[in-house]
Every structure is written in structure tokens, then in C-alpha cells.
Design a protein around this ligand. Structure first.
Ligand code: G6P
Length: 368
């Protein structure tokens, strides 16, 4: 097939801009948009009623979607989730006796380690389900249940729209699971799917930050290292923000749970260390603010990504604050991913790297 960049300079930028549309499509296969009720796509049977423990595995960005999925499934459906990178899951010799479902996340559906994990789970007699973007892929064919993301072909090596579609699929599915397990009432289901339906608009709102991010990226491009911090639902995003930056700009970046700052990375903080903090105004916000104060006191340059409430509350001297609208918590991983993608993108553009085909990386890794 042939996909072109349209008016965009790179596929990555085009794919960032496709997100409102493709996350909306993806939501539509997990939620009947006329009734607001969740469903398992394509009439497949997957009842979460008796699922108490799940094992999630994936690689790269898919792994970070899975890590977010764990927060969703544990909170919305009270399903305990193990989460592993696929290359570890297979060899960990974890007792899988009480795992009721093995869940995989893959854009390409061909990643060797994820495929091997799927085959391993099947050989252990587990039921398998996969969130996959390429419906004709090996992982889609070999899974008991296929949970499609409708991101369309993703060309940029650094995953963007596939990631937010994976988050959308996992969020919607966790609501379905919560309903099946009697954790979520029918009224709550409607409120939550209505919240998810706001996703495309919130992502579009995030695009308004692009001018500010472009200028900020010029500065970020002058640093050699960067640290990303987040708590709760924003912790996987901190990892994803750092992954995006290192993949395409080659600036060394690390993501950390904000609460772990004092157990190591704080030793690195000085005026040469930009610290990107992902902090919507959720119930962990105040804790993250105190982490930011620790960074500020040591001269670290803070880039705060927050919402309007957070911007009003956060008494911290940030070098720059990127402000998204206030939104339901379930949406924050999806909308807050966008400024992180744009920050990595524009930093890489400034540095003149090959954004769509970064050195040493492959779109789909079919060797172990
Ligand atoms: C490669 C790509 C990443 C991707 C990972 C997993 O490393 O560069 O963008 O997240 O593989 O790929 P998958 O297709 O299984 O999601």
C-alpha cells in the first residue's frame, strides 16, 4: 500500500494529527455510541465475570500502554494485573495457575518477543486476547480474542497514534470488565463512556500547545539529558515521554515514578537537567508538587504539563507550563500523551535527526 505525508513534513507529525479521528474510531468498536454501552468488538465472546487475575505483556510503547491498562483494569474492574515486557514474561517462570487471561498489546502484531509470549501463554493453557493494530498479523491470527485498534497504518518508527488507540481500547475494555464483574453500575458505565467520547476533542485541544512546544523544543535540544516524572496514571506516560525523546532526538532521557525521585535520580538534578513533570490535577497532584519543589530547590529546570486546575494550584517555579483543559481522569493518559509526542518531535526536528527512521531502530522487531 501507499500512504503519503499529506501536508506534513514527517509521518510522525501526520500521525500525531490523525489521533482525534482514529481514537474516535477505536472507541466506536468498543462502545455502541448510540447507547453508550461497552462491548467486546465484532461479537466475540469474552466475559470478565470470572477473570480475577490478568497477565499483560508487550514491548516498547505497547508495554507502556499495557502498564496504563493495569491501572485501568485494577481500578475499574478489580482485576489484579501482572505486567511484563514480553522478553521477560516468557522466561520468568511465573506461576500462571491463577491467571485467567493473558493480554498482549502490539501495533504490528509481529513483534517476535510478544508473539513468543503469546505462544508460551497458549502452551500453558491460558486464554489469550490481544490489542492489535494490524488485523492480518500473526498475533491477531493466533489470539483467542482480537481487540482491534483502528489507528490505520503507522509509518513513523516512534509510535504515536497506535499508542493512544491502545489506551482508548484498554480504557473502554476495562469499563466493560467492570460492568461484567459488577464493579461498575450501568449509570457509571454511561458516565465513563461519555468521558471517553470527549477524547478526540481533548486531543485536539492539546494541539493548540504546539506553538509553545516548538519554542520550548529549541531549548530542550540544547540539553544532553532529561528526566520525566509522573505518578499513578501519569507514571507510564513519564516513561513514554522519555522513550519518545530518546528514540528520535537521541537525547538521553529517563522516566521515573515521581515518588522514586528521592531514591536515586535526585542526585542528578542541577541546572543542566530539564525535568518534565506530567501532573494533571488528580488525587496525587500535591505529592507531585512537593517532588517539583525538591527539583526546583536544586536548580533543575521544570517543564510542567498540567491542566487548568493544576496550573492554578501549582505554586512551583516552572521554566515552562503547558496547560491542557480540565478533563475526566480516565482521559488524561490519552490527552497528556500528545504534548509529550510533540515535544519529542520538535526537539528531534531541531536536532536534525531522521524523525521517521531513527538510527538503529525498526518499526517492527521480528527477531528476539
Ligand atoms: C519497536 C518500535 C516501537 C514499538 C515496539 C513494539 O521497538 O520501534 O515503536 O512500540 O517495537 O512493537 P509492536 O508492533 O509490538 O507494538
Amino acid at each position: 500500500f501507499y500512504v503519503d505525508k499529506g501536508n506534513h513534513r514527517h509521518f510522525m507529525q501526520k500521525e500525531i494529527y490523525e489521533q482525534p479521528e482514529v481514537i474516535g474510531h477505536t472507541l466506536g468498536s468498543f462502545v455502541d455510541m448510540t447507547t453508550g454501552r461497552t462491548r467486546v468488538p465484532n461479537g466475540q465472546s469474552l466475559d470478565f465475570k470470572d477473570i480475577k487475575r490478568m497477565a499483560i505483556s508487550a514491548c516498547g510503547t505497547g508495554y507502556l500502554a499495557g502498564l496504563t491498562g493495569r491501572y485501568y483494569f485494577e481500578r475499574h474492574a478489580r482485576i489484579a494485573c501482572d505486567i511484563d515486557v514480553a522478553s521477560e514474561f516468557r522466561y520468568r517462570e511465573s506461576p500462571l495457575g491463577d491467571v485467567d487471561l493473558a493480554l498482549f498489546v502490539s501495533q504490528s502484531g509481529e513483534t517476535a518477543d510478544t508473539l513468543a509470549s503469546l505462544r508460551y501463554a497458549k502452551s500453558m493453557g491460558l486464554k489469550t486476547a490481544s490489542v492489535v493494530n494490524v488485523q492480518e498479523s500473526t498475533i491477531a491470527r493466533e489470539s483467542d480474542v482480537v481487540l482491534p485498534t483502528l489507528a490505520g497504518p503507522e509509518i513513523g518508527v516512534a509510535s504515536t497514534k497506535a499508542f493512544t488507540c491502545q489506551l482508548m481500547a484498554l480504557a473502554a475494555l476495562s469499563i466493560r470488565a467492570g460492568v461484567d464483574r459488577g464493579v461498575i453500575s450501568p449509570d457509571e458505565e454511561l458516565a465513563m463512556t461519555r468521558a471517553l467520547a470527549e477524547g478526540p476533542r481533548m486531543v485536539a485541544e492539546a494541539f493548540k500547545l504546539e506553538g509553545q512546544i516548538e519554542i520550548l523544543a529549541r531549548e530542550l535540544a540544547t540539553y544532553r539529558h532529561a528526566l520525566y516524572l509522573g505518578r499513578g496514571l501519569s507514571y507510564p506516560l513519564a516513561l513514554e515521554g522519555a522513550l519518545k525523546l530518546k528514540e528520535i532526538s537521541y537525547i538521553h532521557a529517563e522516566g521515573y515514578a515521581a515518588g522514586e525521585l528521592k531514591h536515586g535520580p535526585i542526585a542528578l538534578i542541577d541546572e543542566t537537567m530539564p525535568v518534565i513533570v506530567v501532573a494533571p490535577h488528580d488525587r496525587m497532584f500535591e505529592k507531585t508538587v512537593s517532588n517539583m519543589q525538591e527539583v526546583a530547590a536544586r536548580g533543575g529546570r521544570i517543564i510542567l504539563i498540567t491542566d487548568e486546575k493544576g496550573a492554578r494550584a501549582g505554586a512551583v517555579s516552572a521554566m515552562e507550563t503547558l496547560i491542557l483543559p480540565d478533563m475526566p481522569e480516565i482521559l488524561t493518559p490519552i490527552a497528556f500523551a500528545v504534548p509529550l509526542q510533540m515535544l519529542a518531535y520538535h526537539t528531534a526536528v531541531h536536532m536534525g535527526t531522521d524523525v521517521d527512521q531513527p538510527r538503529n531502530l525498526a518499526k517492527s522487531v521480528t527477531v528476539e
